[in-house]
Design a protein. Structure first.
Length: 294
């Protein structure tokens, strides 16, 4: 928890415990949860506080080996072939061995993560794994089990020291059990009101305490509503920055309506909340906090 705190990340004890175990036992950590709750930030904080290189693989539909693992530098290979032909080289087998070696290999994130440097093994962030296809997910099994990658033309490349692996998922689809079995697992939930208030204090020092409490209580009330996308911690921080930029000292219905676009990301959600519903939620917030009394 102290390590994360040094990186301005406010964690609860269960998250800190599973992270400690993953680091101590050399196991990948699989973090699942809604978007914006701070899963990706954990890998960034680890890399920063431990002084390690961060290698990030941003997943998307159709991600393949050439983009994630390696590919050959075909232009350099063709140039090498032409130079060899111009020099009168006729040994095709020897030429094939010359062009399929590490000089012509372009390392993508997964292969980069197997190479340690003087700082130690890097932090490998496999972000939003649920966006990829199942065949790529299956490819990861060898990497996560043995921290090695097999390249047919060269052979198997193994990590001398396993990287620190953080995998995130927003659960847009279920990730296969075979991959989860190779990892420690933790569900990153929305924080409690007190922890979210502490996050604002740590990440945005100087915000008025009363305004911070109004913001956090309002966001927690929003999370009880039936919205397409509930605001995460990232949206709470964005909204707080927006309000302080506008020199807001206290939430009012007008201020809430004007800034909902920094908190909610879908027009249907904004239309559902703005106006009378926003005023109703704010009245509930002020009643809970005793704002305006006495």
């Amino acid at each position: 928890m102290e390590l994360l705190k040094r990186g301005n990340y406010v964690a609860d004890r269960p998250l800190a415990t599973v992270l400690y175990l993953a680091l101590s036992l050399g196991r990948p950590l699989f973090l699942e949860g809604e978007a914006g709750v701070g899963k990706t930030e954990i890998a960034k904080v680890l890399a920063d506080t431990l002084g390690r290189r961060l290698v990030r693989l941003q997943c998307y539909e159709g991600l393949d080996v050439a983009s994630a693992v390696y590919e050959w530098n075909y232009q350099r290979q063709m140039l090498e072939i032409r130079l060899a032909e111009a020099a009168g080289m006729t040994d095709r087998e020897g030429l094939a061995q010359d062009i399929f070696n590490e000089r012509f290999l372009i390392r993508r994130p997964l292969l980069q993560a197997l190479v340690a440097d003087f700082q130690g093994p890097p932090v490998l962030l496999i972000d939003e794994l649920d966006r990829t296809d199942e065949p790529f997910e299956a490819y990861l099994l060898e990497v996560l089990s043995d921290f090695q990658i097999t390249i047919p033309e060269i052979g198997t490349i193994r990590a001398e020291q396993p990287p620190i692996v953080i995998i995130t998922s927003n659960r847009t689809r279920e990730v296969h059990d075979a991959l989860k079995r190779r990892c420690f697992y933790h569900w990153v939930d929305y924080p409690s009101a007190e922890r979210e208030l502490e996050i604002i204090r740590v990440r945005l020092p100087g915000v008025e305490e009363r305004l911070s409490r109004q913001i956090v209580t309002f966001v927690h009330e929003l999370r009880k509503r039936d919205l397409f996308k509930l605001p995460g911690v990232a949206e709470t921080l964005d909204w707080t920055r927006a309000l302080t930029t506008l020199d807001t000292l206290e939430l009012t219905p007008a201020v809430v309506n004007d800034t909902l676009g920094t908190l909610l990301k879908y027009q249907d959600d904004i239309l559902k909340i703005q106006g009378s519903e926003a005023a109703k939620i704010l009245a509930e917030v002020n009643m809970q906090l005793g704002v305006g009394r006495g």
